[in-house]
Every structure is written in structure tokens, then in C-alpha cells.
Design a protein. Structure first.
Length: 152
């Protein structure tokens, strides 16, 4: 999911959505149903807290995937790489986004992968000033906050 921030703080995201067999969805009615549902869910910012607070389905609670956060530098691209492994659940990305906002972190790109009950996401982040996140104390605060919020 590449994110491209514009000069006016809008972000364009691209998602590739496949059916349960890994094939493109071609049914126009299904595509319209998904489009309508996304617009309905995203058109009112007042609804966002509801998205974040939905409960984890009972089936997913039985899987014990430890939450792991690895933070490394990407000096060639002047940014920081954050690898997140966690149990999948509704609102996970919204929670991550809220933590990034709390910690004044900017997201330049992300690779999102959900493997059954497990997510393996990679975020390319910087400070709000556009600098890599190199302060070890700030990295530790971010790591601890992610584990606190996303841990099982």
C-alpha cells in the first residue's frame, strides 16, 4: 500500500484487493458493493473512533501471535523502517495510525500483509520534520506504545 502525501496533506493510497482464491474481483456488482461500503465508512470523520473500537472476533482471539516491533534505519532513503508483527483484528491499522499521530510520526510508505490471523506490516516512517527516527529513546517509546496497544 504505497502512500503518497501531497502538498496539501492529502494522501493517495493504492490497494490491490483479491478474492479468497487470490484472483482479481471482476464482478461489477461486487466491486460497486465494496466501493459503496468504503465510501460509507470513510465519509464522516466522526465515525472513525467506532472503526477503531470494534471488538476482535472470537475466532481470532484463540490465535496467540506475539506482537513484535523492529525498528531499523534505511539510510539510503533517509527514513526509518518499522516492521510490525501482530495478531490481526478489526481496526489494527487505524490504531497504528493513531499511535503515529500521537508520536508525531509521518508515514511515507507501507507494505501491509495479512496472513490469516497474523499481520506482517512494514512502515517507512520519518519524524514530522522529514528526518529518520534515530533517537533511541523515541524509538523505544514508539515500540512500547505499539506493543501496549496491539499486544494480546
Amino acid at each position: 500500500m504505497p502512500a503518497s502525501p501531497s502538498h496539501n496533506d492529502w494522501t493517495l493510497n493504492t490497494f490491490i484487493v483479491l478474492d479468497s482464491h487470490g484472483q482479481p474481483i471482476r464482478d461489477p456488482e461486487r466491486i460497486e458493493e465494496m466501493r459503496s461500503h468504503l465510501v460509507e465508512e470513510l465519509d464522516d470523520p466522526d465515525d472513525y473512533p467506532e472503526i477503531v473500537t470494534r471488538h476482535t472476533p472470537r475466532q481470532l482471539k484463540h490465535f496467540k501471535v506475539p506482537t513484535e516491533v523492529v525498528i531499523e534505519q534505511d539510510p539510503a532513503n533517509e527514513r526509518t523502517l518499522l516492521e510490525l508483527t501482530a495478531p490481526g483484528r478489526p481496526g489494527l491499522l487505524a490504531r497504528v495510525g493513531r499511535i503515529f499521530m500521537e508520536q508525531d510520526i509521518s508515514l511515507s510508505a507501507a507494505k501491509i500483509a495479512t496472513l490469516g490471523e497474523r499481520v506482517e506490516d512494514v512502515f517507512f516512517i520519518t519524524t514530522k520534520a522529514g528526518e529518520p527516527l534515530t533517537d533511541p529513546e523515541r524509538q523505544q517509546q514508539l515500540r512500547e506504545r505499539l506493543i501496549e496497544v496491539l499486544g494480546v
